[in-house]
Design a protein around this ligand. Structure first.
Ligand SMILES: Cc1cc2nc3c(=O)[nH]c(=O)nc-3n(C[C@H](O)[C@H](O)[C@H](O)COP(=O)(O)O)c2cc1C
Length: 162
């Protein structure tokens, strides 16, 4: 049994990491779902794959089913408002209008720093969260942007690198 003290020290410790902020989006039937995340990481290059940790209580969770498409939209500094909307359950009706459809049947944020279009390959349930592993179908990228990052409970801007 892990004590509340260790859980609290861990929670505070994790606030020190510098996170890149992304929005995971998908379409299920006529609904566009989107959730702000910091838990994206690459898994392998062969196959090109990513993993993201998704709370099982979140509204997007039931639609992240095997073989379905989703997009990881890595945000620029100009997209802080979208991050706020997609992390506030009271603003779920405000999300869909920010997304567009490209060649694939998945909603994307067209001005994101990076769009990684993925197909769900594996889902590992771990207590409150699911680790969703996606294989990469396509990547769209902008250059010369400022990244939106998150540390210590606050959004910040990472200046452009050249
Ligand atoms: C910077 C930031 C990062 C987040 N990262 C994650 C994450 O990796 N996984 C997750 O399930 N929720 C994460 N959240 C919380 C969800 O965005 C939030 O609970 C959201 O409201 C859930 O979606 P829903 O309102 O549609 O249920 C994060 C929130 C913020 C502000």
């Amino acid at each position: 049994m892990i004590s509340k003290e260790i859980t609290n020290k861990f929670r505070l410790g994790m606030r020190k990491f510098v996170y890149s902020v992304s929005v995971v989006s998908n379409r299920h039937e006529d609904e566009i779902n989107a959730i702000t995340v910091s838990s994206v990481t690459s898994v392998s290059l062969d196959p090109p794959s990513v993993v993201v940790s998704i709370n099982r209580q979140s509204s997007i969770h039931p639609s992240l089913i095997s073989d379905s498409l989703f997009c990881i939209n890595m945000l620029t500094a100009d997209q802080q408002e979208i991050a706020a909307i997609c992390s506030d359950s009271k603003q779920s009706d405000e999300r869909a209008k920010h997304f567009e459809f490209g060649d694939e049947d998945v909603p994307i944020l067209t001005n994101a720093f990076l769009n990684i279009i993925c197909r769900v390959d594996q889902i590992f349930q771990y207590h409150s969260h699911s680790l969703v592993v996606g294989t990469v179908q396509d990547v769209k990228s902008l250059e010369n942007q400022e990244s939106l990052i998150y540390q210590n409970g606050n959004y910040k801007v990472l200046p452009k690198s050249y």
